[in-house]
Design a protein around this ligand. Sequence first.
Ligand code: FES
Length: 172
Amino acid sequence: METSRRDFLGLAVGGLGIVGVVGVLYPIVKTLAPSAASLAGAVVEVDISTIPEGQVRVISWKGKPVFVIRLPQGFQWTGKPKEEANVKHLQNQDAFAMVAVCTHLGCVPLWKPQGEGEFKYPVFHCPCHGGFYSPWGDVIAGPPPRSLYLPPQKRDGNKLVIGETGFIKELT
Ligand code: FES
């Protein structure tokens, strides 16, 4: 009898402790986390004409690094990606945005317009574990399990509007 009463008191005190910890942590976590409204409204406009052809600019969108790449006129690329998930959405675009986070373990790949290693044409190279991506973010080689993510985006004249539905409707 005495034991079960002690058990009950122990559980009651423990329960109060958990409630107290949650009560203290919840407002802190809520303050640190970005609100859904701020994420939903994240729109970034980039003037494509300020990016030299064949170059990449890194911007921030929703707290993530994002590549904005401008392909040269008549760009030809001779590589062979493992899959063509992104290029089918992007083949008519001369400028577009991709989340600059390697889909393997999250490093930021590097743009190598002259090629790198065995690849003698423009690639993104993730030096962390030897991942390679095409200019459209499709995997060519290495451990990345999928293409770079594409944020929703649309074109408005010289502006690429990242975060609004257009030729990419949602995070893909
Ligand atoms: S994090 Fe990019 S290849 Fe591992």
